[in-house]
Design a protein around this ligand. Structure first.
Ligand SMILES: [Zn+2]
Length: 136
């Protein structure tokens, strides 16, 4: 059976999971932060963690490794025991999203971290891509 171009487009459209069509290009969230004395306070953490759909401990471990500073959580805030500028902090968040949240194939955040054959992989629910995940 021969299909014309438009029929082919329709078919291709049907094959794309609905989820993938609903999302606009994902914008990496920006954290609000302020320096208080020798500490940096990151605000609105619950919203950020929700956007990441990752374990907050995983993110905190990453933050600790990247900053080399002790970090504690206090309700909806993360307190970094050192001074960190907003640009620097948001760069770390951006890198976290790139490494652990966004799909390397389609760029969407609809991913899950799974363990397959003892190795951690990131599976995309939008396009089905599976990619290895770095250890922190
Ligand atoms: Zn994907």
């Amino acid at each position: 059976m021969k299909m014309n171009y438009e029929e082919m487009l329709d078919r291709a459209y049907l094959l794309i999971p609905k989820e993938a069509l609903n999302h606009e290009r994902f914008v990496i969230p920006v954290a609000e932060s302020m320096i208080q004395g020798k500490k940096t306070i990151m605000k609105g953490i619950s919203g950020l963690i929700k956007d990441m759909r990752r374990d907050e401990k995983h993110f905190m471990k990453y933050l600790m490794k990247e900053t080399g500073l002790p970090i504690t959580k206090n309700g909806n805030q993360i307190i970094i025991n050192g001074k960190l500028g907003a640009i620097q902090l948001n760069k770390i968040i951006e890198n976290y999203f790139k490494d652990f949240v966004l799909c390397a194939s389609c760029g969407k955040p609809d991913t899950k971290i799974l363990t397959e054959n003892g190795a951690k992989v990131m599976k995309c629910e939008a396009c089905g891509a599976i990619a290895p995940v770095k250890n922190i």
